[in-house]
Design a protein around this ligand. Sequence first.
Ligand SMILES: [Zn+2]
Length: 537
Amino acid sequence: MIKNDVTQRLRKPISLFVFAAVVSIATLLLYNIPFFSYVAGNNNESTLGRLFLLLSLGVVMLALNFMMTYLVMFLLKMVGRILLAILAVINATAVYFIYTYNVMIDATTIENVFNTRYSEASGFFSWSLWLFVIAFGVLPALFCLLQPVDYGKAKRLAISCGCSIAIVLVVALANIGKTLWIGQHDTELGGLLQPWSYLANTVRVFSFSQDKQAEEIKLPDGYITDKEKAVVVLVIGESARKANFQLYGYGRDTNTLLAAQEGLKVYEATSCATYTTAGTKAILEPKNSDDLYEVLPNYAFRTGVDVSWRTSNWGEPPIHIDEYLTDDELAKMYPDEERKYDAILFRGLRERIASSPKNKVLIVLHTSTSHGPNYADKYPKEFEFYKPVAKNVEEGEKNIGLLVNAYDNTIRYTDYLLSRLIDTLRDMTDWKSAMIFISDHGESLGENKMFMHGLPMRLAPKVQYEIPFLVWTSKDFRTYKPVATSQEPAEGELPAILEQHYIFHSVLNLLSIQSPAYNPAYDIFMRTDSLSLNNIK
Ligand SMILES: [Zn+2]
C-alpha cells in the first residue's frame, strides 16, 4: 500500500514552478557550498555584513537558477530535461574535484581537461568519484529526466521570470557597494560557481583556441654564422619543482648523479604559468605574449638547423618540423625499450646526432616524468628509492609522505636521465654540445591541502612556479654571464632569478643563429660571434 502511495505521488505531475524551485535549491545546496565558503572566508566585513552578502548571493543564485530552469524546461521540454540532467552530472564531478584537489574551475582547468589524454585523466577516476557522482549527479539527473511536470501557461512563465529579475535587481542594488569586492574576486568566485564556472570557461577556452589556430607570427629571418658542429638538447620537464631538487638544497639526495657532474650550472628560475600549455609556450617563444610567435624549434628549423622533437607529453604550440616523434613512434623504432618511461625519449640520441647531415642540431625532449596524479607509474621499479609510495594523489592525500616518496622517485629518475644524457654528450668530442633542462611549471604536493598545479599565478603557491633550470655545456662552448648577487643586476649580469624566455635567446646563441629576433639581454651566455654588436633590440 505504502509503495503504491509513493509511486502514485511520484507519478503525479508537479507544477513547473515547484520543479524549478526544487532544481534551483538543489543546485545551491549540492553544488555551490564551496562558492559560499569562499565568500565567507575571503572578505573583511563585519559578521552582519558577511551574513548579508551571503544571503544576497544566495537569493540571487536561487532566483537566476530558478528562472533558467523554468525557461529551459518551458521552451525545450524533453531537450531541456536532458540538458539539466547532463549539468547535474557535470556539476557533481566539478564539485568533487573542487573538494578533493582544492582546484578552481577556471579557463585553465577546462583547457587542461581538454588537453589531457585519457591515459592521464584515468588517473583521476576512483571509487569515491563514482560514488559521489552517482549520489549527487546521477540521482538528481534522474529526477530531472523522469519527474512528471505540468508546464502551465506562458503567462505564468512571464510572471515567474519577471519576479525573478525583479528580485535580482533589488538585491543587486542593495549590494551596490560590494561591486569592488566582487570585481577583485571574480576569477575565484566564477571558478566555484556551478554550473557557470565550466560553461563560461568552456566558451572562453574555445574562443581562445580558435585564436590559437591562427597562423603563428613569423619572426624575421635569421642565419647561421659558422660551420662548427654544435648540438643543443633541450629537455622540457613536466611538473618538476625546484623544492625537491637536491641541487637547490632539498634535504634528500634526489640528484646524486647530477650533483657529481662537473660544470653543471644551476639557475634560480620561475615559470610564467602553472600549467603545461602556457609553460611550454613560454619556454619556446621569444618573449611573453598572448600571441603565437614562431617558436624555437620552428624558427631554428626554418633557419637551417636539423631539429627533432621527441615527446611523451602534449600541449605544446604547433610544431612545424620534419621529425616529430611521439613515445609510441619511438617505441616502434626501439622495440626493446620500455615505452612507458621517459628513457624512450633519450634512446638512440648519440646515433641520431652523429648521423645528422647538418652542423647544427637541436633536439627537444618534451618529457612527462613528474606528471601526476600517478607519480609512482612514471619511473621503472628499480628507481623506487623512497618507499613506501602512494599509488596516486588520492591515496597520498591521507599520507602525504607516501606521495612525496613517489614524487621524489620521479626526480631521481630525472636525475638519472639527465646525467646519462650529459655523459653521452661529453663523449661526443667532435661536437660542441649543451644540455638544458627547464620545467614547464612546479607542483603542489599537499601543502595547504593543494595538489597538482594549474592555479592562477596570483593565487598559486611558490611550489607551483619555482622551477629547476639546469645547464651543462661541453668545454669551451660558450662563456656564461655572471649572475647578479644583489637585487639590481649590474651591466652584463643576469638577474638573480631567471624566467623561461631565456631559453629561446640562449639556444639561438648556442646554435650561432644571428637574427633580429635575438635579444642579448635574455641570453645566459656571452655572444662570441662578431655580429652581436649590430643587434636590433
Ligand atoms: Zn605541465
